[in-house]
Design a binder for this molecule. Structure first.
Ligand SMILES: Cc1cc2nc3c(=O)[nH]c(=O)nc-3n(C[C@H](O)[C@H](O)[C@H](O)COP(=O)(O)OP(=O)(O)OC[C@H]3O[C@@H](n4cnc5c(N)ncnc54)[C@H](O)[C@@H]3O)c2cc1C
Length: 411
């Protein structure tokens, strides 16, 4: 006999991935509790800081397609900037342009939108999170998962027929009693800032600019509502003298690599980040299929390429209908859930490999290697490789995207 439970499903963590899963479970008729340890929404937190647009800004075509059914895509596209092409530069010299229309996709662009706006667009369709509620322990038992929740000084218990951990990398501990994970720390360091668009003479509001400099990459992406997101890989001065501050270091990188002193001078505040690759061994955490882990808690990939949040949103899009069907029929859907887990781990490994390649391409190199690269890129972009690159940069190799490609559709 099935024991009495408080909820059909509990989702732990109201980042973009947890909010989307909760919205999708609710859309599929599941009564869902969403628990979040922090008090404010992402929007209230974003009002301060050096990157007021949040960390993730890029939403790729497969994620836009996945967010459509709950109405979030329409809300997002009302506010987003559309990145329709990428251009590779060597300082002021344009090496090549990659137009995303070669994809022939329903959304032939990436949407650039602050992470908190994405979260707002998703949460409008889902249950409101119970905030200030930190999950401290999970215990799967036959027919139910017990969830220990700390609110203030009190700890109480909730039960659900299924629980999904979407706690991000910082909350991965919750999954670790049930799975191991692999971890790689990259040596690279990056600085990020948002700056006015008009100051980069090479920029227009539909083009991402990748400046390949032998001292390290400088990326510049259009932001919703104007402005650019600048990201630079940082190396020490040639003479070994350190910059006094992160602001100095980013200003120097922008002046040297983009050749724009005005853009460099406009940089006010900067946030540093380092990168890691982490992938869990399992996303289905118990044999009965009641406990899962998704999003950054399951896989962290290099943000150079901007795929982490998209990867998590696609985890949720695939899991929600299976979990809802499983709970409705109390049918274990073992084969389908195994296939989902297999596809999502394969997609995470692909994104991690692409992230590593992008990271390597952005490193400092000798003059000779840099000259070879600058000569090779325009030649490569005249071959069919351009379509492969467009797919790679827009998550076209994610299993969820491959399934929905017109040339892959079944009869
Ligand atoms: C500099 C940078 C730029 C990036 N740019 C992009 C980009 O352009 N595109 C892209 O796709 N990705 C990007 N990413 C990656 C993206 O930010 C993450 O992949 C994404 O935020 C993961 O979402 P999530 O919901 O899985 O986790 P999170 O966003 O970390 O959310 C997890 C939530 O769970 C809550 N939580 C944690 N533990 C508990 C607990 N025990 N109980 C209750 N709640 C808990 C946390 O408070 C948090 O709100 C970038 C990352 C960085 C660092």
């Amino acid at each position: 006999m099935t024991p009495p439970v408080d909820h059909d499903a509990i989702v732990v963590g109201a980042g973009p991935v947890g909010q989307f899963l909760a919205a999708e479970l609710q859309r599929h008729g599941m009564e869902t509790l969403l628990l979040e340890q922090r008090d404010g929404t992402a929007e209230t937190r974003s009002r301060s800081g050096s990157a007021p647009n949040g960390r993730a800004i890029g939403l790729h075509p497969p994620a836009l397609a996945a967010l459509e059914a709950c109405g979030a895509t329409e809300r997002i596209l009302e506010e987003a900037a559309r990145i329709e092409r990428g251009a590779a530069y060597d300082r002021a010299r344009r090496l090549a342009t990659l137009d995303l229309s070669v994809l022939g996709a329903r959304f032939p662009f990436a949407a650039s939108i602050p992470q908190h706006t994405t979260e707002r667009a998703i949460s409008a369709s889902g249950p409101a999170a119970l905030r200030g509620a930190r999950v401290t322990e999970l215990a799967p038992e036959p027919g139910v998962v017990r969830v220990s929740v700390r609110t203030g000084v009190r700890t109480h218990e909730r039960t659900a027929r299924a629980v999904v951990i979407a706690t991000g990398a910082a909350g991965r501990d919750l999954a670790l009693p049930f799975t191991g994970f692999s971890l790689h720390e990259y040596p690279d360091r990056y600085l990020m800032s948002d700056a006015p668009a008009a100051l980069d003479p090479r920029a227009d509001d539909r083009t991402a600019i990748i400046t390949l400099d032998r001292r390290g990459v400088l990326e510049s992406f259009p932001l919703a509502g104007g402005g650019r997101r600048l990201v630079a890989r940082i190396t020490a001065h040639a003479d070994g003298r350190p910059d006094r501050t992160a602001v100095d270091a980013l200003r120097r990188a922008v002046a040297e690599r983009a050749g724009s002193d005005a853009l460099a001078a406009a940089i006010g505040s900067v946030s540093p980040f380092r990168i890691r690759r982490a992938i869990v061994h399992r996303m289905r955490l118990d044999p009965a299929g009641r406990l899962f882990v998704i999003g950054d808690a399951a896989h962290e990939v290099s943000p150079i390429g901007g795929q982490g949040m998209n990867l998590g949103l696609l985890d949720a899009a695939g899991l929600a209908p299976l979990l809802a069907a499983r709970l409705r029929r109390d049918d274990d859907l073992d084969v389908a859930l195994r296939a989902w887990e297999h596809d999502r781990l394969a997609s995470a490994r692909t994104a991690a490999r692409l992230g590593s390649l992008n990271t390597a391409l952005g490193r400092a190199r000798s003059r000779a290697v840099h000259a070879m690269l600058s000569a090779g890129i325009p030649a490569a972009m005249r071959t069919p490789l351009r379509r492969t690159l467009a797919r790679a940069y827009t998550m076209g190799f994610d299993r969820a995207a491959e399934r929905s490609r017109p040339d892959q559709a079944g009869p």
